[in-house]
Design a protein around this ligand. Structure first.
Ligand code: MF3
Ligand code: CO
Length: 249
């Protein structure tokens, strides 16, 4: 069952998501050649502490860090480490918080210095796919309308959508129903209603859609070792259309 949230609950989910957005913005500025991904995790933890929120991922199903840092052919759930970023890398930063009973969750992929045109295009198309999906997040539409819109944008650009991981409802739990695939068929799936809050998160690969998990048990990588990008927003469906909760207006 997909939970419908009251306007006052949506405001609380917005509070959490705006804090996520602020922290992601600060992290983006720190991404430069020479920084280690563990340093980004430390900064994220420190910012969360200062703002009085809990990092949502730490301890979630045993996840050992606050932040997910997925570099180049890493798709999602990359573990922060002493790996140092170099010019030309792309890095996905995925962060969540828990604050006063509600979760926030968002992700961005950013370039490290100058990147190849193909890498830049991959990031651009992934974000466009996210926004195409968000546009379909309106009452009366179906879940498949979001999925199909993302898939269309991504595949039209010659990239592929990861199938083994999906977006999700969000609120009192980090992951709630429904699951939100980034591929699908317009008109299919549950009917979208005002009050639903959805974390839409396309993971887009330069080559094959196929992925595998590294022996660390977390890091998801592309099978062909080509690049991957990830963007995520938490979005409330309102009577006036989609309301992006994880975006500083
Ligand atoms: N944004 C990711 C998700 O919704 C983050 C979860 S990472 C985990 O799945 F480490 F907490 F699992
Ligand atoms: Co998520």
């Amino acid at each position: 069952m997909v939970i419908l949230r009251l306007p006052e609950e949506i405001e609380k989910i917005r509070r959490s998501n705006l804090i996520v957005a602020e922290i992601l913005n600060e992290l983006k500025e720190k991404v430069k050649p020479g920084i280690a991904t563990i340093e980004l995790d430390v900064i994220a933890s420190e910012l969360a502490r200062k703002k009085g929120v809990s990092p949502a991922f730490k301890g979630y199903r045993g996840y050992p860090f606050s932040l997910c840092t997925s570099v180049n052919f890493e798709v999602v759930h990359g573990l922060p480490s002493d790996r140092v970023l170099v010019e030309g890398d792309i890095i996905s930063l995925d962060f969540g918080v828990y604050y006063k009973g509600y979760y926030g969750d968002a992700a961005v992929t950013v370039p490290v210095g100058n990147v190849s045109p193909e890498a830049a295009r991959l990031m651009e198309v992934t974000e466009e796919g996210l926004y195409d999906g968000i546009k379909e997040a309106r009452a009366g539409n179906r879940l498949g309308d979001i999925s199909a819109a993302v898939q269309r944008r991504v595949e039209a650009a010659g990239f592929s959508v990861v199938r083994d991981f999906v977006g999700h409802g969000i609120g009192k739990n980090l992951h709630e129903e429904p699951q939100i695939p980034n591929y699908g068929i317009r008109g299919r799936g549950v009917e979208l209603k005002a009050g639903m809050v959805l974390a839409i998160e396309p993971m887009v690969n330069e080559g094959t859609h196929k992925v595998r998990i590294l022996p660390d048990g977390w890091t998801v990588v592309t099978e062909d070792v080509k690049l991957s990008a990830h963007f995520e927003h938490s979005v409330a469906i309102t009577d006036n259309g989609p309301d992006i909760l994880s975006k500083i207006q």
